[in-house]
Ligand binder design. Sequence first.
Ligand SMILES: Nc1nc2c(c(=O)[nH]1)N[C@H]1C(S)=C(S)[C@@H](COP(=O)(O)OP(=O)(O)OC[C@H]3O[C@@H](n4cnc5c(N)ncnc54)[C@H](O)[C@@H]3O)O[C@H]1N2
Ligand code: MOO
Length: 457
Amino acid sequence: MTASGTHAGPHAGRGDADDLDVEEALALVRAPQSDRADRTGRADHVPARPAGHEHPHRHATPWPEARETAARAARRSTRRPHVSVALGNALGLVLAAPLDALSDLPSFDTSAMDGWAVAGPGPWQIRDGGVLAGHAPPEPLTDGEAVRIATGARVPTGVTAVLRSEHGRTGPQDRLHSTSEMSHGQDIRPRGQECRRGDQLLPTGTLVTPAVLGLAAAAGYDTLTVVPRPRAEVLVLGDELLTEGLPHDGLIRDALGPMLAPWLRALGAEVIAVRRLGDDAKALRRAITTSRADLIVTTGGTAAGPVDHVHPTLARIGAELLVDGVAVRPGHPMLLARTKADQHLVGLPGNPLAAVSGLLTLAEPLLRALAAHPAPEAYRMPLREAVQGHAHDTRLVPVVLRGERAVPLRYSGPAMLRGIATADALAVVPPGGAAQGAGLELLDLPWDTAGIGVCFT
Ligand SMILES: Nc1nc2c(c(=O)[nH]1)N[C@H]1C(S)=C(S)[C@@H](COP(=O)(O)OP(=O)(O)OC[C@H]3O[C@@H](n4cnc5c(N)ncnc54)[C@H](O)[C@@H]3O)O[C@H]1N2
Ligand code: MOO
Protein backbone atom coordinates (compact mmCIF):
# COMPACT_ATOMS: atom_id res chain seq x y z
CA MET A 1 0.00 0.00 0.00
CA THR A 2 1.08 3.50 -0.71
CA ALA A 3 1.04 6.28 1.84
CA SER A 4 -2.29 8.02 2.09
CA GLY A 5 -2.22 11.37 0.33
CA THR A 6 -0.40 10.01 -2.68
CA HIS A 7 -3.19 7.56 -3.48
CA ALA A 8 -5.89 9.86 -4.57
CA GLY A 9 -3.81 11.92 -6.95
CA PRO A 10 -3.50 9.79 -10.10
CA HIS A 11 -7.02 8.42 -9.78
CA ALA A 12 -9.03 11.43 -8.85
CA GLY A 13 -11.06 11.54 -12.04
CA ARG A 14 -8.61 13.54 -14.13
CA GLY A 15 -7.95 12.92 -17.81
CA ASP A 16 -4.93 10.90 -18.81
CA ALA A 17 -2.85 13.81 -20.00
CA ASP A 18 -3.19 15.32 -16.53
CA ASP A 19 -2.63 11.93 -15.02
CA LEU A 20 0.98 11.75 -16.06
CA ASP A 21 1.70 15.28 -14.86
CA VAL A 22 0.19 14.53 -11.48
CA GLU A 23 2.13 11.30 -11.19
CA GLU A 24 5.34 12.99 -12.27
CA ALA A 25 4.68 15.69 -9.71
CA LEU A 26 3.97 13.13 -7.03
CA ALA A 27 7.14 11.30 -7.92
CA LEU A 28 9.14 14.45 -7.23
CA VAL A 29 8.04 14.22 -3.63
CA ARG A 30 10.18 11.10 -3.39
CA ALA A 31 13.93 11.38 -3.19
CA PRO A 32 15.54 10.06 -6.39
CA GLN A 33 18.17 7.43 -5.75
CA SER A 34 21.31 6.30 -7.44
CA ASP A 35 20.17 2.87 -8.62
CA ARG A 36 18.11 4.47 -11.39
CA ALA A 37 20.93 4.33 -13.87
CA ASP A 38 21.06 0.52 -13.62
CA ARG A 39 17.52 0.02 -14.71
CA THR A 40 16.70 -0.24 -18.35
CA GLY A 41 13.38 -2.02 -17.83
CA ARG A 42 13.97 -3.63 -21.22
CA ALA A 43 16.37 -6.41 -20.48
CA ASP A 44 15.24 -9.74 -19.06
CA HIS A 45 16.66 -8.81 -15.72
CA VAL A 46 16.10 -5.66 -13.71
CA PRO A 47 17.92 -5.35 -10.41
CA ALA A 48 15.49 -5.48 -7.50
CA ARG A 49 15.18 -2.21 -5.64
CA PRO A 50 14.03 -1.39 -2.17
CA ALA A 51 10.72 0.44 -1.84
CA GLY A 52 10.52 4.20 -1.85
CA HIS A 53 13.75 4.75 -3.69
CA GLU A 54 12.67 6.09 -7.04
CA HIS A 55 9.89 6.86 -9.43
CA PRO A 56 8.24 3.47 -9.72
CA HIS A 57 7.73 3.47 -13.49
CA ARG A 58 10.48 5.66 -14.80
CA HIS A 59 11.84 2.99 -17.10
CA ALA A 60 8.67 1.10 -17.61
CA THR A 61 8.79 -1.76 -20.12
CA PRO A 62 6.66 -1.08 -23.21
CA TRP A 63 3.41 -3.04 -23.03
CA PRO A 64 4.00 -5.40 -26.01
CA GLU A 65 7.51 -6.15 -24.77
CA ALA A 66 6.26 -6.90 -21.25
CA ARG A 67 3.92 -9.55 -22.64
CA GLU A 68 6.71 -11.12 -24.69
CA THR A 69 9.02 -11.12 -21.67
CA ALA A 70 6.37 -12.95 -19.63
CA ALA A 71 5.88 -15.62 -22.29
CA ARG A 72 9.63 -16.01 -22.78
CA ALA A 73 10.21 -16.32 -19.03
CA ALA A 74 7.80 -19.26 -18.90
CA ARG A 75 9.44 -20.96 -21.88
CA ARG A 76 12.83 -20.63 -20.19
CA SER A 77 11.65 -21.96 -16.88
CA THR A 78 12.60 -25.51 -15.87
CA ARG A 79 10.65 -28.00 -17.92
CA ARG A 80 7.78 -29.52 -16.01
CA PRO A 81 7.37 -33.26 -16.52
CA HIS A 82 4.43 -34.35 -18.61
CA VAL A 83 1.59 -36.07 -16.83
CA SER A 84 -0.95 -38.73 -17.66
CA VAL A 85 -4.49 -37.70 -16.74
CA ALA A 86 -7.89 -39.34 -17.06
CA LEU A 87 -9.90 -38.10 -20.04
CA GLY A 88 -12.32 -36.38 -17.68
CA ASN A 89 -9.53 -34.16 -16.34
CA ALA A 90 -7.82 -33.31 -19.62
CA LEU A 91 -10.11 -30.62 -20.98
CA GLY A 92 -8.22 -27.42 -21.79
CA LEU A 93 -4.77 -29.03 -21.47
CA VAL A 94 -2.35 -29.55 -24.34
CA LEU A 95 -1.22 -32.94 -25.67
CA ALA A 96 2.39 -33.69 -24.74
CA ALA A 97 2.47 -36.75 -27.01
CA PRO A 98 0.81 -37.44 -30.34
CA LEU A 99 -2.58 -39.11 -30.22
CA ASP A 100 -2.04 -42.32 -32.19
CA ALA A 101 -4.99 -44.58 -32.95
CA LEU A 102 -5.00 -47.56 -30.60
CA SER A 103 -7.34 -49.45 -32.92
CA ASP A 104 -8.78 -49.32 -36.42
CA LEU A 105 -11.78 -46.99 -36.67
CA PRO A 106 -14.30 -48.32 -37.17
CA SER A 107 -12.89 -51.48 -35.68
CA PHE A 108 -15.31 -53.69 -37.70
CA ASP A 109 -17.36 -53.35 -40.90
CA THR A 110 -20.34 -51.37 -39.68
CA SER A 111 -23.79 -50.70 -41.02
CA ALA A 112 -24.24 -46.95 -41.62
CA MET A 113 -28.04 -47.19 -41.81
CA ASP A 114 -31.06 -49.02 -40.45
CA GLY A 115 -32.34 -51.45 -43.10
CA TRP A 116 -31.27 -54.80 -44.49
CA ALA A 117 -27.83 -56.26 -44.95
CA VAL A 118 -27.98 -57.85 -48.42
CA ALA A 119 -25.70 -60.30 -50.24
CA GLY A 120 -25.35 -60.11 -54.05
CA PRO A 121 -27.98 -58.68 -56.41
CA GLY A 122 -31.68 -58.59 -55.39
CA PRO A 123 -34.35 -59.52 -54.91
CA TRP A 124 -33.37 -61.19 -51.67
CA GLN A 125 -34.83 -63.76 -49.35
CA ILE A 126 -35.21 -62.25 -45.87
CA ARG A 127 -33.81 -64.33 -43.05
CA ASP A 128 -35.46 -64.42 -39.66
CA GLY A 129 -34.06 -62.27 -36.88
CA GLY A 130 -31.86 -59.25 -37.19
CA VAL A 131 -28.52 -57.74 -36.24
CA LEU A 132 -28.31 -55.05 -33.57
CA ALA A 133 -25.41 -52.76 -32.56
CA GLY A 134 -23.22 -54.36 -29.90
CA HIS A 135 -24.81 -57.78 -30.26
CA ALA A 136 -23.36 -61.25 -31.00
CA PRO A 137 -21.59 -61.80 -34.33
CA PRO A 138 -24.17 -62.45 -37.06
CA GLU A 139 -24.24 -65.58 -39.20
CA PRO A 140 -22.65 -65.20 -42.68
CA LEU A 141 -25.03 -64.50 -45.58
CA THR A 142 -24.94 -66.10 -49.00
CA ASP A 143 -25.88 -64.36 -52.27
CA GLY A 144 -29.60 -63.69 -52.52
CA GLU A 145 -30.08 -63.41 -48.74
CA ALA A 146 -30.92 -60.38 -46.59
CA VAL A 147 -31.22 -59.80 -42.86
CA ARG A 148 -32.57 -56.85 -40.85
CA ILE A 149 -29.71 -54.67 -39.56
CA ALA A 150 -29.44 -51.61 -37.31
CA THR A 151 -27.09 -48.64 -37.67
CA GLY A 152 -23.81 -49.45 -35.91
CA ALA A 153 -24.26 -53.24 -36.07
CA ARG A 154 -21.55 -55.55 -37.36
CA VAL A 155 -22.09 -56.40 -40.99
CA PRO A 156 -22.25 -60.21 -41.49
CA THR A 157 -19.65 -61.90 -43.69
CA GLY A 158 -20.81 -62.15 -47.30
CA VAL A 159 -22.83 -58.92 -47.22
CA THR A 160 -22.24 -56.65 -50.23
CA ALA A 161 -24.35 -53.61 -49.23
CA VAL A 162 -26.89 -52.25 -46.79
CA LEU A 163 -30.29 -51.35 -48.18
CA ARG A 164 -31.92 -48.51 -46.20
CA SER A 165 -35.35 -49.30 -44.82
CA GLU A 166 -36.88 -46.48 -46.89
CA HIS A 167 -35.38 -47.99 -50.08
CA GLY A 168 -36.70 -51.54 -49.58
CA ARG A 169 -40.09 -53.09 -50.27
CA THR A 170 -41.06 -56.48 -48.91
CA GLY A 171 -43.22 -58.69 -51.12
CA PRO A 172 -44.94 -62.02 -50.62
CA GLN A 173 -42.95 -64.86 -48.99
CA ASP A 174 -40.45 -62.53 -47.38
CA ARG A 175 -38.96 -61.33 -50.66
CA LEU A 176 -37.11 -58.02 -50.46
CA HIS A 177 -36.91 -55.64 -53.45
CA SER A 178 -34.86 -52.48 -53.82
CA THR A 179 -36.71 -49.37 -54.92
CA SER A 180 -33.57 -47.45 -55.82
CA GLU A 181 -30.20 -48.00 -57.48
CA MET A 182 -27.62 -49.64 -55.20
CA SER A 183 -23.88 -49.82 -55.45
CA HIS A 184 -21.45 -52.36 -54.04
CA GLY A 185 -20.52 -51.52 -50.45
CA GLN A 186 -23.26 -48.92 -50.14
CA ASP A 187 -23.99 -47.77 -46.57
CA ILE A 188 -21.25 -49.97 -45.13
CA ARG A 189 -18.54 -48.16 -43.13
CA PRO A 190 -15.60 -50.49 -43.77
CA ARG A 191 -13.19 -51.32 -40.96
CA GLY A 192 -10.35 -48.74 -40.84
CA GLN A 193 -12.23 -46.16 -42.92
CA GLU A 194 -11.30 -43.33 -40.54
CA CYS A 195 -7.92 -44.63 -39.37
CA ARG A 196 -5.72 -47.68 -39.01
CA ARG A 197 -4.20 -48.66 -35.68
CA GLY A 198 -1.01 -46.59 -35.22
CA ASP A 199 -2.10 -43.73 -37.47
CA GLN A 200 -1.40 -40.30 -35.95
CA LEU A 201 -4.74 -38.68 -35.27
CA LEU A 202 -3.45 -35.48 -33.61
CA PRO A 203 0.03 -34.06 -33.13
CA THR A 204 1.74 -33.01 -29.89
CA GLY A 205 0.63 -29.50 -28.96
CA THR A 206 -3.05 -30.00 -29.75
CA LEU A 207 -5.44 -28.31 -27.33
CA VAL A 208 -7.75 -30.84 -25.69
CA THR A 209 -11.24 -29.66 -26.61
CA PRO A 210 -14.49 -31.58 -26.09
CA ALA A 211 -14.08 -32.89 -29.66
CA VAL A 212 -10.55 -34.14 -28.90
CA LEU A 213 -11.91 -35.96 -25.82
CA GLY A 214 -14.50 -37.61 -28.03
CA LEU A 215 -11.93 -38.67 -30.60
CA ALA A 216 -9.56 -39.96 -27.91
CA ALA A 217 -12.34 -42.03 -26.36
CA ALA A 218 -13.38 -43.38 -29.76
CA ALA A 219 -9.76 -44.33 -30.45
CA GLY A 220 -9.52 -46.31 -27.22
CA TYR A 221 -7.88 -43.91 -24.76
CA ASP A 222 -8.62 -43.83 -21.01
CA THR A 223 -5.86 -41.34 -20.19
CA LEU A 224 -3.96 -38.66 -22.11
CA THR A 225 -0.35 -37.49 -21.83
CA VAL A 226 -0.53 -33.73 -21.39
CA VAL A 227 1.39 -30.67 -20.28
CA PRO A 228 0.36 -30.22 -16.64
CA ARG A 229 -1.92 -27.38 -15.67
CA PRO A 230 0.20 -24.55 -14.19
CA ARG A 231 -0.37 -24.11 -10.46
CA ALA A 232 -1.08 -20.59 -9.25
CA GLU A 233 -1.24 -19.21 -5.72
CA VAL A 234 -2.77 -15.84 -4.91
CA LEU A 235 -1.41 -13.74 -2.05
CA VAL A 236 -3.72 -10.86 -1.22
CA LEU A 237 -1.92 -8.06 0.64
CA GLY A 238 -3.42 -5.15 2.57
CA ASP A 239 -4.53 -4.56 6.14
CA GLU A 240 -7.54 -2.57 4.93
CA LEU A 241 -9.34 -5.55 3.44
CA LEU A 242 -12.56 -7.13 4.65
CA THR A 243 -13.80 -10.51 3.46
CA GLU A 244 -17.47 -9.86 4.25
CA GLY A 245 -20.01 -7.18 5.01
CA LEU A 246 -20.11 -3.52 4.16
CA PRO A 247 -17.07 -1.28 3.86
CA HIS A 248 -16.66 0.75 7.04
CA ASP A 249 -14.20 2.92 8.94
CA GLY A 250 -11.71 3.14 6.05
CA LEU A 251 -11.82 -0.61 5.53
CA ILE A 252 -12.88 -1.94 2.11
CA ARG A 253 -13.96 -5.28 0.73
CA ASP A 254 -11.31 -7.45 -0.91
CA ALA A 255 -12.37 -7.38 -4.55
CA LEU A 256 -9.37 -9.28 -5.84
CA GLY A 257 -9.52 -12.56 -3.92
CA PRO A 258 -12.98 -13.39 -5.30
CA MET A 259 -12.05 -12.20 -8.78
CA LEU A 260 -8.59 -13.58 -9.36
CA ALA A 261 -9.07 -17.25 -8.47
CA PRO A 262 -11.78 -17.91 -11.08
CA TRP A 263 -10.06 -15.63 -13.58
CA LEU A 264 -6.81 -17.57 -13.22
CA ARG A 265 -8.76 -20.80 -13.63
CA ALA A 266 -10.32 -19.39 -16.77
CA LEU A 267 -6.77 -18.74 -17.97
CA GLY A 268 -5.99 -22.42 -17.50
CA ALA A 269 -4.36 -22.43 -14.06
CA GLU A 270 -5.04 -24.67 -11.09
CA VAL A 271 -5.41 -22.30 -8.14
CA ILE A 272 -3.83 -24.06 -5.18
CA ALA A 273 -4.57 -21.33 -2.63
CA VAL A 274 -5.81 -17.80 -2.09
CA ARG A 275 -4.19 -16.42 1.07
CA ARG A 276 -4.82 -13.08 2.75
CA LEU A 277 -1.62 -11.88 4.37
CA GLY A 278 -2.35 -8.29 5.40
CA ASP A 279 0.63 -5.96 5.21
CA ASP A 280 3.08 -8.30 6.89
CA ALA A 281 6.50 -8.48 5.26
CA LYS A 282 7.54 -11.59 7.18
CA ALA A 283 4.38 -13.46 6.24
CA LEU A 284 4.87 -12.42 2.61
CA ARG A 285 8.42 -13.66 2.58
CA ARG A 286 7.44 -16.97 4.16
CA ALA A 287 4.54 -17.40 1.77
CA ILE A 288 6.74 -16.80 -1.27
CA THR A 289 9.65 -18.98 -0.18
CA THR A 290 7.44 -21.92 0.79
CA SER A 291 5.03 -21.77 -2.16
CA ARG A 292 4.81 -24.80 -4.45
CA ALA A 293 3.12 -22.82 -7.20
CA ASP A 294 4.52 -22.29 -10.68
CA LEU A 295 3.11 -18.77 -10.53
CA ILE A 296 2.63 -16.67 -7.40
CA VAL A 297 0.30 -13.72 -7.90
CA THR A 298 0.43 -10.96 -5.30
CA THR A 299 -2.05 -8.10 -5.11
CA GLY A 300 -1.22 -4.63 -3.82
CA GLY A 301 2.01 -3.48 -2.29
CA THR A 302 3.73 -2.90 -5.64
CA ALA A 303 4.16 0.85 -5.20
CA ALA A 304 6.60 2.49 -2.86
CA GLY A 305 4.51 3.32 0.17
CA PRO A 306 5.58 2.52 3.72
CA VAL A 307 3.88 -0.89 3.73
CA ASP A 308 4.50 -1.85 0.09
CA HIS A 309 6.49 -4.96 0.82
CA VAL A 310 6.67 -6.65 -2.57
CA HIS A 311 9.85 -5.05 -3.94
CA PRO A 312 11.84 -5.25 -0.68
CA THR A 313 10.81 -8.86 -0.17
CA LEU A 314 11.84 -9.82 -3.69
CA ALA A 315 15.15 -8.06 -3.18
CA ARG A 316 15.70 -9.86 0.12
CA ILE A 317 15.10 -13.33 -1.29
CA GLY A 318 17.32 -12.61 -4.30
CA ALA A 319 14.53 -12.81 -6.87
CA GLU A 320 15.33 -11.66 -10.38
CA LEU A 321 13.10 -8.79 -11.53
CA LEU A 322 12.26 -9.36 -15.18
CA VAL A 323 9.74 -6.54 -15.53
CA ASP A 324 9.50 -3.67 -13.06
CA GLY A 325 6.74 -1.37 -14.21
CA VAL A 326 5.00 -1.43 -17.57
CA ALA A 327 4.07 1.52 -19.78
CA VAL A 328 0.38 0.74 -19.56
CA ARG A 329 -2.61 2.44 -17.86
CA PRO A 330 -4.00 1.32 -15.61
CA GLY A 331 -1.57 -0.99 -13.93
CA HIS A 332 1.81 0.54 -14.54
CA PRO A 333 3.40 -0.55 -11.21
CA MET A 334 2.92 -4.24 -12.13
CA LEU A 335 5.98 -6.46 -12.00
CA LEU A 336 7.28 -9.88 -12.96
CA ALA A 337 10.03 -11.69 -11.07
CA ARG A 338 11.69 -15.08 -11.22
CA THR A 339 11.69 -16.38 -7.66
CA LYS A 340 13.16 -19.83 -8.46
CA ALA A 341 14.31 -21.63 -11.62
CA ASP A 342 10.79 -22.97 -12.07
CA GLN A 343 8.73 -20.32 -10.30
CA HIS A 344 7.62 -16.79 -11.18
CA LEU A 345 5.82 -14.06 -9.33
CA VAL A 346 3.49 -11.51 -10.89
CA GLY A 347 2.91 -8.50 -8.67
CA LEU A 348 -0.45 -6.95 -9.45
CA PRO A 349 -1.17 -3.40 -8.32
CA GLY A 350 -3.87 -3.10 -5.67
CA ASN A 351 -6.28 -0.95 -7.66
CA PRO A 352 -8.70 -3.55 -9.00
CA LEU A 353 -8.75 -2.58 -12.71
CA ALA A 354 -4.98 -2.10 -12.55
CA ALA A 355 -4.81 -5.68 -11.25
CA VAL A 356 -6.86 -6.88 -14.25
CA SER A 357 -4.43 -5.06 -16.51
CA GLY A 358 -1.50 -6.82 -14.83
CA LEU A 359 -3.26 -10.15 -15.05
CA LEU A 360 -3.74 -9.82 -18.82
CA THR A 361 -0.36 -8.23 -19.46
CA LEU A 362 1.89 -10.55 -17.45
CA ALA A 363 0.02 -13.52 -15.95
CA GLU A 364 -1.91 -14.46 -19.10
CA PRO A 365 1.10 -14.82 -21.46
CA LEU A 366 3.09 -16.56 -18.72
CA LEU A 367 0.36 -19.09 -17.98
CA ARG A 368 -0.29 -19.63 -21.67
CA ALA A 369 3.37 -20.42 -22.33
CA LEU A 370 3.62 -22.66 -19.23
CA ALA A 371 0.58 -24.60 -20.45
CA ALA A 372 2.06 -24.70 -24.01
CA HIS A 373 -1.06 -23.07 -25.42
CA PRO A 374 -0.54 -21.30 -28.73
CA ALA A 375 -0.97 -17.52 -28.70
CA PRO A 376 -4.40 -16.55 -30.03
CA GLU A 377 -4.50 -14.62 -33.32
CA ALA A 378 -4.59 -10.91 -32.51
CA TYR A 379 -7.70 -9.27 -33.91
CA ARG A 380 -8.91 -5.73 -34.34
CA MET A 381 -12.20 -3.92 -34.37
CA PRO A 382 -13.03 -0.32 -35.27
CA LEU A 383 -13.94 2.07 -32.47
CA ARG A 384 -17.42 3.55 -32.43
CA GLU A 385 -16.06 6.66 -30.78
CA ALA A 386 -12.65 8.22 -30.20
CA VAL A 387 -10.66 7.19 -27.10
CA GLN A 388 -8.33 9.53 -25.34
CA GLY A 389 -4.86 8.12 -24.99
CA HIS A 390 -2.04 8.48 -22.54
CA ALA A 391 0.88 10.59 -23.74
CA HIS A 392 3.44 7.77 -23.54
CA ASP A 393 1.72 4.64 -22.35
CA THR A 394 -0.65 2.07 -23.82
CA ARG A 395 -4.16 2.17 -22.33
CA LEU A 396 -6.35 -0.86 -21.80
CA VAL A 397 -9.98 0.21 -21.98
CA PRO A 398 -13.00 -2.02 -21.31
CA VAL A 399 -15.32 -2.12 -24.34
CA VAL A 400 -18.54 -3.77 -25.40
CA LEU A 401 -18.92 -5.03 -28.96
CA ARG A 402 -21.93 -3.64 -30.81
CA GLY A 403 -22.48 -4.32 -34.50
CA GLU A 404 -18.81 -4.96 -35.35
CA ARG A 405 -17.73 -1.87 -33.42
CA ALA A 406 -16.00 -1.52 -30.06
CA VAL A 407 -17.74 0.89 -27.71
CA PRO A 408 -15.62 2.19 -24.81
CA LEU A 409 -17.25 1.88 -21.41
CA ARG A 410 -17.55 4.40 -18.63
CA TYR A 411 -16.45 3.64 -15.08
CA SER A 412 -13.08 2.38 -16.18
CA GLY A 413 -10.89 4.22 -13.70
CA PRO A 414 -8.07 2.14 -12.14
CA ALA A 415 -10.00 1.61 -8.91
CA MET A 416 -13.29 0.70 -10.62
CA LEU A 417 -14.68 -2.64 -11.75
CA ARG A 418 -18.05 -1.34 -12.91
CA GLY A 419 -16.89 -0.99 -16.54
CA ILE A 420 -15.04 -4.30 -16.86
CA ALA A 421 -17.93 -6.16 -15.22
CA THR A 422 -20.08 -5.47 -18.30
CA ALA A 423 -17.27 -5.59 -20.88
CA ASP A 424 -16.81 -8.01 -23.76
CA ALA A 425 -13.10 -7.23 -24.17
CA LEU A 426 -10.32 -4.78 -23.42
CA ALA A 427 -9.24 -2.48 -26.25
CA VAL A 428 -5.54 -1.75 -26.58
CA VAL A 429 -5.27 2.04 -27.08
CA PRO A 430 -1.84 3.08 -28.32
CA PRO A 431 0.00 6.05 -26.79
CA GLY A 432 -1.61 9.25 -28.07
CA GLY A 433 -5.10 7.77 -28.31
CA ALA A 434 -7.28 6.48 -31.14
CA ALA A 435 -9.73 8.27 -33.43
CA GLN A 436 -13.27 7.16 -34.13
CA GLY A 437 -13.19 4.28 -36.61
CA ALA A 438 -9.57 3.32 -35.80
CA GLY A 439 -9.09 -0.46 -35.66
CA LEU A 440 -7.87 -1.43 -32.20
CA GLU A 441 -6.49 -4.76 -31.00
CA LEU A 442 -8.87 -6.43 -28.57
CA LEU A 443 -8.01 -8.69 -25.66
CA ASP A 444 -10.78 -11.22 -25.14
CA LEU A 445 -12.02 -11.98 -21.67
CA PRO A 446 -11.53 -15.68 -21.12
CA TRP A 447 -15.19 -16.45 -20.45
CA ASP A 448 -16.44 -14.43 -23.37
CA THR A 449 -16.02 -17.12 -26.01
CA ALA A 450 -15.68 -20.31 -23.98
CA GLY A 451 -18.12 -19.84 -21.13
CA ILE A 452 -17.48 -19.92 -17.40
CA GLY A 453 -15.89 -23.15 -16.27
CA VAL A 454 -15.12 -24.40 -19.76
CA CYS A 455 -12.29 -22.12 -20.73
CA PHE A 456 -9.30 -23.22 -22.73
CA THR A 457 -7.38 -19.96 -23.11
N1 LIG B 1 3.65 8.04 -5.20
C1 LIG B 1 3.00 7.20 -5.99
N2 LIG B 1 1.94 6.57 -5.50
C2 LIG B 1 1.26 5.73 -6.27
C3 LIG B 1 1.68 5.51 -7.60
C4 LIG B 1 2.80 6.18 -8.09
O1 LIG B 1 3.19 6.04 -9.24
N3 LIG B 1 3.43 7.01 -7.24
N4 LIG B 1 0.96 4.67 -8.38
C5 LIG B 1 -0.41 4.52 -8.03
C6 LIG B 1 -0.97 3.45 -8.79
S1 LIG B 1 -1.17 3.74 -10.42
C7 LIG B 1 -1.40 2.30 -8.23
S2 LIG B 1 -2.20 1.14 -9.17
C8 LIG B 1 -1.20 2.00 -6.85
C9 LIG B 1 -0.52 0.67 -6.74
O2 LIG B 1 -0.30 0.49 -5.42
P1 LIG B 1 -0.04 -0.88 -4.75
O3 LIG B 1 0.14 -1.97 -5.75
O4 LIG B 1 1.03 -0.68 -3.78
O5 LIG B 1 -1.44 -1.16 -4.09
P2 LIG B 1 -1.99 -0.65 -2.72
O6 LIG B 1 -1.37 0.64 -2.37
O7 LIG B 1 -1.87 -1.77 -1.79
O8 LIG B 1 -3.48 -0.44 -3.12
C10 LIG B 1 -3.87 0.52 -4.07
C11 LIG B 1 -5.37 0.73 -3.90
O9 LIG B 1 -6.05 -0.47 -4.16
C12 LIG B 1 -6.82 -0.88 -3.03
N5 LIG B 1 -6.73 -2.34 -2.92
C13 LIG B 1 -5.65 -3.06 -2.63
N6 LIG B 1 -5.94 -4.36 -2.59
C14 LIG B 1 -7.24 -4.46 -2.85
C15 LIG B 1 -8.14 -5.56 -2.95
N7 LIG B 1 -7.72 -6.82 -2.74
N8 LIG B 1 -9.42 -5.31 -3.25
C16 LIG B 1 -9.85 -4.03 -3.43
N9 LIG B 1 -9.04 -2.96 -3.38
C17 LIG B 1 -7.77 -3.17 -3.08
C18 LIG B 1 -6.16 -0.21 -1.88
O10 LIG B 1 -7.01 -0.08 -0.78
C19 LIG B 1 -5.77 1.10 -2.49
O11 LIG B 1 -6.87 1.97 -2.56
O12 LIG B 1 -0.36 2.93 -6.24
C20 LIG B 1 -0.67 4.29 -6.55
N10 LIG B 1 0.17 5.10 -5.78
O1 MOO C 1 -3.46 3.82 -12.20
MO1 MOO C 1 -2.62 2.52 -11.44
O2 MOO C 1 -2.13 2.41 -13.08
O3 MOO C 1 -4.20 2.13 -10.99
O4 MOO C 1 -2.23 1.02 -11.83
